[in-house]
Design a protein around this ligand. Structure first.
Ligand code: ATP
Ligand code: HSE
Length: 325
């Protein structure tokens, strides 16, 4: 589920009256996602022909002060041909509103479905879309620190403290050892740019093998560009529980990215380490949520061990198994 804030239809209709968007026909809470409250709105449309929008109410992890960064980024990417949803302005030009006591935005609806089990062809298309996004991001001047960088992982690990071993015996020591490895090996001088930082299959809308939209930029930030590919790799090329690695998906994702953007020798050399960092990042956020979300909460907790398995894989794999020729 992801509707934390329930807003009556009359309030949504009144909210819509500030926009050239028509009147509300229906509002449905969207079950997918865990971070924010999302509604799919059907309206009569400004021209009476009917229109769909996404209404997002920002919950715990999105800081309202960051929203202008995300808005400017999606404007920049959209203007350069990326299929990303724009934030819609009301008649006074305002895009950030308040609704149900939360910061709220009306957002362009994109068609397509989120995948749960991508094929190799779909992984190739996702790799290409990420590469195109990185190209389109060139020249974007704004910066946002990645709160979930190596320093952030240390902070998160310290917050989980003794609770790691409640998830799996020995997990605390494994995380500590991995942080020691990454402190010693994390690359310092690779190209940086704005990155998506969470391009999981559920954040890529597709029709068949074609990407129709990249969504959920709420972790986007400035960091090592190839780390974005490592995050995407960790999310697209394993079974959900992390126990199986699919070489065909991995080769396709990497080939898709290389065709659209390319990797330097230094980025290729650092790629296995970047993947270890990506696996640790999601292991840590999932472990933190696991420890801090009651088992009977409405939201489904994501399994941290699915990312421990990926971490083990990346720590042992030969680099050439990850990098297509
Ligand atoms: N612009 C859009 N167009 C069409 N559907 C969208 C759009 N934005 C969101 N959705 C739908 O809403 C769902 C949840 O959106 P989103 O992933 O942004 O939520 P979230 O709570 O921020 O999620 P997450 O847990 O992935 O961080 C998506 O899986 C998708 O089905
Ligand atoms: N993509 C994240 C959750 C949302 O950021 C995960 O699967 O852990």
């Amino acid at each position: 589920m992801a509707v934390y804030t329930h807003v009556p239809a009359e309030e949504i209709d009144a909210f819509l009256s500030r926009y050239d968007a028509g009147r509300l026909v229906s509002a449905k809470g969207i079950a997918e996602g865990v971070e924010n409250s999302n509604y799919l709105l059907e309206t009569t449309g400004a021209d009476g022909n009917g229109h769909r929008y996404i209404l997002t109410l920002y919950e715990k992890r999105v800081d309202e002060a960051d929203l202008p960064f995300f808005m400017d980024l999606l404007d920049h990417l959209g203007a350069r041909g990326c299929l990303v949803p724009r934030f819609i302005a009301d008649r006074k030009g305002k895009r950030l509103q308040q609704l149900g006591g939360r910061p709220a935005c009306l957002i362009e609806f994109l068609t397509g479905i989120s995948l749960t089990e991508p094929t190799a062809a779909q992984a190739r298309a996702a790799g290409a879309a990420l590469g195109q996004m990185h190209r389109a991001a060139e020249g974007f001047e704004r910066e946002r620190r990645n709160a979930l960088d190596l320093a952030g992982w240390h902070e998160l690990a310290a917050k989980c403290g003794d609770h790691f071993d409640e998830i799996a015996p020995g997990l605390g020591q494994r995380v500590a050892d991995e942080l020691t490895f990454l402190d010693a090996h994390w690359p310092a001088d690779l190209p940086r740019s704005v990155i998506h930082a969470d391009l999981f299959p559920d954040n890529v809308l597709m029709l068949g093998d074609e990407v129709t939209g990249l969504i959920d930029f709420y972790f986007s930030c400035t960091d090592i560009r190839a780390y974005d590919l490592a995050v995407t790799h960790s999310a697209w090329v394993f079974s959900n529980d992390g126990s199986q690695f699919f070489a065909n998906r991995s080769d396709a994702l990497m080939a898709g990215y290389e065709g659209a953007h390319g990797l330097s020798d230094a980025e290729r050399a650092a790629f296995p380490t970047l993947c270890r960092g990506a696996a640790l990042r999601f292991l840590l956020t999932r472990a933190y949520d696991w420890i801090n979300t009651p088992p009977d909460a409405l939201v489904t907790r994501k399994d941290p061990l699915a990312y421990l398995r990926r971490l083990d894989f990346y720590a042992n794999v030969a680099a050439n198994e990850l990098l297509s020729a």
